[in-house]
Design a protein around this ligand. Structure first.
Ligand SMILES: Cc1cc2nc3c(=O)[nH]c(=O)nc-3n(C[C@H](O)[C@H](O)[C@H](O)COP(=O)(O)O)c2cc1C
Length: 191
């Protein structure tokens, strides 16, 4: 039903993304989950295998933590190599046309830090504009990204870290949003 591209370079230590993936696995949705860091620990991406996976699905969720106000390197490399000429763009590059593109990000920082007067001065929406354009360039249907803030185990400015139970509970709530979005898209497709 949907493809989940998980991009987390340190999944063993993850709380948020690990919980999200566990919850997605427990959902009754028919998902193909590809952990690209585990598949390609030396960053040698099997481009053909990834393109074939993309072709199998109408909806693709890119699930990752926000690193240095950007995508983790493995996901940037994935776009560089898998979204290649005459596949994702170019005169014959329409293989992803019309597919749903969903970015699901976890951040360490709190929501309040992503505003003009906040620590990071810009909204996540602004930081992810280039990813939105990547989707449009590949003729994909860009769906509003879903963000899960305050997932740091170090806490934030003037804010102690949330207890692990709470981090997990928040990640479970976030997964419900993903599941409901996927169900809505599936319903739209059927009608
Ligand atoms: C290398 C690195 C860079 C990070 N950069 C940011 C950042 O720019 N903004 C932010 O909000 N959090 C940042 N974080 C925090 C992670 O986004 C946060 O720990 C992660 O989303 C939590 O998910 P996890 O439990 O699955 O690892 C960074 C973490 C690491 C390790």
């Amino acid at each position: 039903m949907a493809l989940i591209i998980l991009a987390h370079p340190n999944f063993d230590a993850s709380i948020a993304n690990k919980t999200i993936i566990e919850e997605l696995n427990n959902s009754n949705l028919n998902l193909e989950i590809r952990d690209i860091h585990a598949l390609y620990p030396t960053y040698k991406i099997d481009i053909k295998a990834e393109q074939e996976a993309l072709l199998r699905h109408q909806t693709i969720v890119f699930q990752c933590p926000f690193y240095w106000l950007n995508l983790p390197a493995i996901l940037k490399l994935y776009f560089d190599e898998v979204f290649e000429y005459q596949f994702a763009y170019g005169s014959k590059g329409d293989k992803l046309k019309g597919k749903n593109f969903i970015l699901s990000l976890t951040t360490g920082a709190q929501k309040e830090e992503y505003k003009i007067t906040g620590k990071h001065h810009r909204t996540i929406y602004e930081f992810t504009k280039n990813i939105e354009q990547t989707a449009y360039y590949a003729q994909m249907n860009y769906i509003d990204p879903i963000y899960l803030h305050s997932m740091s185990t170090h806490g934030g400015p003037g804010q102690p870290p949330l207890p692990e139970d709470e981090l997990k509970a928040r990640a479970k709530e976030h997964t419900k949003n993903i599941v409901s979005l996927l169900a809505t898209l599936q319903h739209q497709k059927a009608n």
